[in-house]
Design a protein around this ligand. Structure first.
Ligand code: PLP
Ligand code: COI
Length: 344
């Protein structure tokens, strides 16, 4: 019997059976790790990650398709982003082959946790942590690479419903020269309080503006931003403070493939509030249509229920590719072999 009710999955943790672990000393090369039972592991109180936040993470989804294949969306891109994050935080980058092999092994070992097609996905969470002890602010002497998985449903409450967002003038997510362009673990805790306050006031999440001019939209919590005006698609350019989302890049490519004009430049809050449609996107968020954006005294309502036609077209396309309901014109799906010969 299954321990998960596939019909009521949310974006939350369900502990699964197996995880992957590999260790590497600073200055050594990574060697493949192993699959072990999911659970706690020991860590030195002086670990670099605990004291100085030396850690990065990734997020991917394994989907069971209508053809009963299990596929991961563009995991090679996550492997590359994991490497640039490691570089930025002074950690030894995990080779792409070890990253992909680890991800496939964990998905395969936990195959019973992959939701049926259309009911959700198996969220894959790789971590790279400075686990060796260090007192001075310097790279830890030892690193741990972990991959765990959990079945998930929609990121925002209500699934594909239009979300209400608020622009914050008070808080920023990232500043030029900082770590906003990589998935550093330390980027996320500072967003929790602003996000909690927004939720208390009935908003699903906050929109961050740039920290230099306080004028241009950067991100929606942990998702990238798009808006549409007169059938032209706009998304903020990557200036180092915005996470280069893989969903964002895929939407840009798909939109161009459909013949849309896509303008990648600074998007001011003022411009966005004048747009016809808006949405945010990410692995967890997929494409989440934005119903309204509040900025100070002003609220722009994009929709009170109906999803805009461009947003709907892009959603159908990306989620259709995930589930193999529509053609994958760019060859983005990476099939997982569920019968790997794993040694536990
Ligand atoms: N922005 C931030 C800050 C994120 O954490 C994420 C999630 O990974 C994204 C955007 C979306 O990126 P992706 O589409 O690669 O999941
Ligand atoms: C993702 O979309 O994978 C994310 O990492 C977002 C969030 C859960 C941190």
């Amino acid at each position: 019997m299954n321990e998960v009710d596939w019909d009521s999955l949310t974006f939350s943790l369900t502990k699964t059976d197996w995880m992957y672990i590999a260790k590497c000393n600073l200055g050594d090369a990574w060697v493949p790790g192993k699959i072990i039972p999911y659970g706690n592991f020991e860590i030195d109180p002086a670990a670099g990650v605990l004291n100085y936040g030396q850690g990065i993470f990734e997020g991917m989804k394994a989907h069971r398709t209508v053809n009963d294949r299990v596929v991961i969306f563009r995991p090679e891109e996550n492997a590359k982003r994991f490497q640039s994050g490691a570089d930025r935080l002074g950690m030894p980058p995990v080779p792409e082959s070890i990253f992909l092999d680890a991800v496939e092994q964990v998905v395969s070992a936990n195959k019973k946790w992959i939701p049926p097609s259309g009911k959700g996905a198996l969220y894959i969470r790789p971590l790279l942590l400075g686990t060796g002890p260090i007192m001075g602010v310097a790279p830890a002497p030892e690193y741990t690479f972990i991959v765990f998985v959990t079945p998930v449903g929609p990121y925002f409450k209500g699934g594909l419903s239009c979300i209400k967002l608020i622009i914050t003038d008070e808080y920023h997510r990232a500043a030029p020269g900082g770590s906003g362009g990589v998935k550093a673990i330390g980027n996320y805790a500072p967003g929790m309080m602003p996000s909690k306050n927004a939720k208390k006031n009935g908003f699903a999440e906050v929109i961050y503006l740039d920290a230099e001019y306080h004028k241009y939209i950067e991100e929606v919590g942990a998702a990238n931003f798009f808006c549409i005006k007169d059938d032209i698609i706009y998304t903020p350019e990557l200036t180092g403070t915005i996470l280069p989302g893989i969903t964002r890049d895929s939407i840009i490519q798909l939109a161009k493939y459909f013949g849309f004009q896509v303008i990648i430049e600074k998007v001011s809050a003022e411009f966005a509030l004048d747009a016809d449609e808006a949405f945010c996107c990410g692995t967890a968020a997929v494409i989440s249509p934005i119903g309204s954006i509040t900025h100070g005294q002003k609220t722009k309502v994009f929709s009170s229920g109906n999803i805009g036609p461009v947003t709907q077209k892009l959603y159908n396309s990306i989620s259709g590719i995930h589930s193999e309901l529509v053609e994958d014109p760019f060859g983005w799906l990476h099939e997982v072999d569920l019968n790997l010969n794993l040694q536990y």
